[in-house]
Design a protein around this ligand. Structure first.
Ligand SMILES: Nc1ncnc2c1ncn2[C@@H]1O[C@H](COP(=O)(O)OP(=O)(O)OP(=O)(O)O)[C@@H](O)[C@H]1O
Ligand SMILES: [Mg+2]
Length: 281
């Protein structure tokens, strides 16, 4: 098995996968997406002198925000399996597309409004109460703002105007009041969950949340595995939040980190993922 690990940087996820490859004797190559060249006429995809079409599988970690890199990988994926598929990574990296995709299959999510019209945004806040406004391409909780229903109208308008300027479109979601959220990480049909208790209302690990392993109960398992199937994910992470006894989907991650969840469950998820790649590819 020849595995290509596509990433702009050697972060902890990449390092743990490299280590797992070394331990299992898997031949791997680290691939900087900026140096992949496609020759359409010759039907060659090369990385310096290596023909990437001779490899068995690509693991995509981090290709940055340049759109064409995903398209280059889509071409590569016509010939060699990639984990996850670039089309799915595109959907999950885009909160607007994710919401549309979740809705297509009736997955439960917080009430969400997508608009460039500030009046419609104000009416939505009147209807649902406190809201959060998110950038379509944000990550790690960055750029997400809460707007409280009881703020003076002038402050709400000014906040909405500024956020529209920055984000181009307003992606507004009903605020779900909870002291934690849930990350459900899955590989194949196995799910590893953790509660995340944030220092603020944002429960991202990158914002300093404390984590606690938990067990996926039946309803959660079914929801997560349905999402896995409908999105076509080999592995992934689903962020959930509890509203009463309902579970709502906040996000689907197609390139999630497994570092915090590996520690919480004391398992080597890089090794488990690699075993699954070897078995299934
Ligand atoms: N509708 C909401 N109500 C309450 N809290 C929310 C809501 N949406 C997001 N949050 C909180 O903010 C955090 C970050 O939001 P979200 O996961 O949507 O974006 P992100 O973390 O920036 O994206 P990514 O997970 O791709 O890095 C969530 O983990 C959750 O704790
Ligand atoms: Mg998130």
């Amino acid at each position: 098995m020849k595995l290509g690990i596509v990433s702009l940087e050697k972060d902890d996820v990449v390092l743990s996968l490299m280590k797992a490859c070394e331990e299992k004797g898997v031949d791997y190559r680290l691939i900087d997406p900026r140096h992949i060249t496609i020759d359409i006429h010759e039907r060659i995809v090369k990385y310096y002198k290596t023909n990437l079409l001779n490899m068995d599988c690509f693991f995509i970690r981090n290709i940055g925000w340049e759109w064409h890199r995903s398209d280059v990988l889509k071409y590569l994926a016509n010939f060699v399996p990639t984990i996850n598929k670039p089309e799915v990574i595109d959907i999950c990296g885009n909160k607007l597309l994710t919401t549309i995709y979740l809705d297509k299959f009736n997955f439960p999510q917080p009430k969400t409004l997508i608009t460039e019209n500030e009046n419609d945004a104000l009416l939505f806040i009147e209807e649902v109460g406190d809201v959060v406004v998110k950038p379509i391409f944000g990550h790690g909780g960055e750029g997400i703002h809460k707007i409280k229903e009881d703020m003076p109208i002038a402050s709400k308008v000014s906040l909405l105007r500024n956020l529209k300027k920055v984000n181009k479109v307003l992606y507004i979601q009903e605020y779900i009041n909870s002291d934690r959220d849930i990350r459900a990480f899955f590989i194949d049909n196995k799910i590893y969950c953790m509660y995340r208790y944030g220092k603020s209302w944002k429960h991202n690990v990158s914002q300093g949340a404390e984590v606690e392993p938990c067990k996926a109960y039946e309803k959660m398992k079914k929801l997560v595995l349905d999402i896995k199937e409908k999105f076509g994910l080999f592995y992934g992470g689903v962020d959930l939040i509890e509203k009463g006894n309902k579970l709502l989907v906040l996000e689907v991650n197609a390139t999630p980190s497994w570092i915090a969840i590996s520690k919480a469950h004391e398992v080597n998820l890089a090794s488990i993922l690699l075993d699954n790649i070897i078995k299934q590819i």
